[in-house]
Design a binder for this molecule. Structure first.
Ligand SMILES: Nc1ncnc2c1ncn2[C@@H]1O[C@H](COP(=O)(O)OP(=O)(O)O)[C@@H](O)[C@H]1O
Ligand SMILES: [Mg+2]
Length: 633
């Protein structure tokens, strides 16, 4: 973790040493390209090489044409003119064909490559641990990787191609110049190289600016998400946040614009300065060639091809230099992608250590478990211990932020860096194969997901393999007690939920939650966990859910978190959390007898239910001793 952070925080400098180091990525880039589509790759390579050779052929044909026309006009034969003319037309036509073919292959290849990279990024993200994923630095890395995914690898590839084809052009057209004055070629070729260092510095600056942008880019994405998504739209409207959020968004974008402008201006000035030097150099050589023509050293046709040769040599030399420069720069960007792909993954247990078949989870034990979230000062939970056996239900109660959900996240092995021990069937949780362990858990997180998809997906995702199994889905629907709800939807299981897509059916918070509960019940789990199911449920629904939960958990392990102690009392064990520690634990009766914090909370809730007469249901759930405790009111 800290290692990867080091990589992301330090600016990568575009020193010569680093440049050469980044070329080490080339084999990897080529493998990526090759894996994408070998045939297209080869086709693009060949068409580019051909394209590189064409200018020289055109130059030669033009030279022959002019010289033969000049000779023909002074009484020579017309045939050479005809041949040169034919070759010129033919080559131009061929050039067009090659271009069309090349652009076709390029388009196909580019789209394949971008798909391939994006899929790899998603694959990688899936393999990472929640802990890395919640890290802002890692999110920035992901942002950079995704930002570059679509075009950087392809840009590197096309730059290499462009350089290759420029080199072919350089030497084929340069040959004309070399044949005349070799040093003129060298002069014209070397002048653009002088700009290398200056442009390298500019490239470095551009990269640094973009590198530091990732965090702000994510923020701008988030701001635009807030004002354009339905969930937040309501609040944005009512709290009249639109203007403020838009201003913040605009400020970020304008910041980018200002940075870009500074960079663009700098680049333009540098280009201008070097362009003047380049033009001066070629003007000098062209002038010499004109002089040589005047004194009759060279033919007019040769002068034309020399002038073209000089301009081409100069422009190709320039594009080679620029190509190498942007390659260096792109190498830095591509490093962001590869750094992300190389991030540590959720440690997979070596299967050899423990072949625990995990046919069933019989027991869970937390032994002095403490945990602190990365980059935080205090423990979220400290010295938490409890044991649960098959057939037992545990309720966790306590105020907001007391560590209840953290216990759930540790129990489901979303974090590994805890102190103490979590034992499953007596084996350390670290020894279990994560996939097979998670396959045994049905959980409704406090912040469960509303999938903007069909009912089938929303529930079937609890056991993807049974997504098409209507019977299994209806069974889960029944367990969650929402048969009426689903049967009442226009397309039943195939009804699209949410409002993101056309014909979506929006549900209430409580209905979504019961869908999430059905999703958890979809799997034949050994542990079921409900984190604050009561948050969205009305008392009647909650009672139903807990009764179903009770039946379902029967021979398994059940954990639930609730603020309604009338539900919690149904558990075999109740633990009361305060500031990350267990302050009281035991059965409802035990805790009431203790007459501590739990008993007080319970009486408080019961009396408020009673005084409000909230529902007969609540009263019915209160036991006689309780009524006595509240003074028989
Ligand atoms: N992903 C997280 N990263 C950092 N701190 C967290 C994270 N989740 C929760 N916390 C902190 O851990 C503490 C316990 O949170 P949590 O277990 O969610 O409480 P509860 O579920 O009891 O309301 C809180 O102080 C909270 O701020
Ligand atoms: Mg919570």
């Amino acid at each position: 973790m800290s290692q990867s952070k080091g990589q992301t925080n330090d600016l990568v400098s575009l020193s010569y040493q680093n440049i050469f180091r980044t070329f080490l990525f080339w084999p990897r880039i080529f493998r990526l390209l090759w894996d994408t589509h070998p045939t297209f790759l080869i086709a693009i390579l060949i068409t580019n090489l051909l394209k590189g050779a064409v200018p020289a052929v055109i130059l030669l044909a033009t030279r022959e044409l002019i010289n033969s026309v000049v000779a023909g006009a002074s009484g020579g034969s017309f045939q050479p003119v005809f041949i040169a003319f034919g070759v010129l037309i033919g080559v131009n036509l061929l050039y067009d064909l090659i271009n069309i073919g090349e652009s076709f292959f390029r388009k196909m290849f580019q789209s394949r490559l971008s798909n391939q990279v994006n899929i790899r990024i998603i694959e990688k993200a899936q393999k990472m641990s929640l802990q890395s994923f919640e890290d802002a630095d890692v999110q920035n890395m992901l942002q950079r990787a995704q930002g570059e995914a679509d075009y950087r690898p392809f840009e590197i590839f096309t730059q290499i191609l462009a350089i290759m084809s420029s080199v072919v052009t350089l030497f084929s057209t340069g040959a004309i110049l070399i044949a005349w004055r070799w040093w003129a070629f060298l002069f014209i070729f070397l002048i653009p190289c002088l700009s290398f260092y200056s442009f390298l510095r500019i490239g470095q600056r551009e990269f640094n600016v973009h590198f530091q942008r990732a965090g702000r880019q994510r923020e701008s994405w988030y701001l635009s998400f807030l004002v354009t998504r339905d969930n937040s739209f309501k609040e944005v409207k009512i709290f009249q946040l639109g203007d403020y959020l838009r201003k913040r968004y605009k400020m970020i974008l304008e910041g980018f614009y200002r940075e870009d402008k500074v960079l663009a201006v700098r680049r333009s000035y540098t280009s201008l300065a070097f362009q003047i030097v380049n033009q001066g150099a070629s003007a000098f050589i062209i002038f010499m060639a004109i002089q040589a023509t005047y004194v009759g050293q060279i033919l007019v046709g040769n002068l034309v091809s020399l002038i073209q040769g000089i301009t081409l040599t100069q422009s190709t030399s320039q594009s080679i230099v620029q190509g190498i420069l942007s390659l260096c720069q792109n190498n830095l960007y591509i490093k962001q992608l590869f750094d992300f792909l190389d991030m540590p993954e959720e440690t997979k247990m070596q299967k050899s250590v423990q072949h625990l078949p995990l046919s069933a989870i019989h027991s869970i034990e937390f032994r002095n478990v403490s945990f602190r979230y990365p980059n935080t000062e205090e423990n979220a939970i400290s010295n938490v211990s409890f044991t649960l056996h098959q057939g037992e239900k545990l309720a966790i109660v306590g105020r907001n932020g007391s560590g209840k959900s953290t216990i759930v996240k540790l129990l489901t092995h979303l974090y590994s860096d805890f102190e103490g021990e979590i034992l499953i069937n007596g084996h350390s949780i670290h020894e279990l194969d994560k996939d097979s362990f998670r396959g045994k858990i049905g959980v409704v997180f406090q912040d469960f997901v509303h999938y903007e998809m069909s009912v089938r997906d929303n529930i079937g995702f609890g056991h993807v393999a049974s997504r098409e199994n209507d019977e299994a889905i209806w069974a889960a629907v029944d367990k969650a007690g929402i048969v009426d709800l689903i049967a009442g939807l226009p397309e039943k299981l195939n009804t699209l939920l949410g409002k993101w897509f056309e014909d979506g059916q929006q549900l209430s918070g409580g209905q979504w939650q019961r869908i999430a509960i059905a999703r958890a019940f979809m799997r034949n789990a050994d542990i079921y966990v409900l984190d604050e199911p009561s948050s969205f449920l009305d008392p009647h629904a909650e009672k139903e859910v807990f009764q179903k939960f009770d039946q379902l958990v029967h021979e398994r392990i059940g954990v639930f978190i609730s603020h309604r102690l009338s539900s919690a009392r149904m558990a075999d064990t109740i633990i009361l959390m305060k500031e990350g520690r267990i302050v009281e634990a035991g059965s409802h009766k035990h805790l009431m007898d203790m007459d501590g914090v739990y008993a007080e909370m319970f009486r408080l809730q019961a009396s408020s239910y009673l005084s409000q007469g909230e529902s007969e249901l609540e009263q019915e759930m209160l036991s006689p001793p309780l009524v006595k405790a509240t003074g028989g009111s």
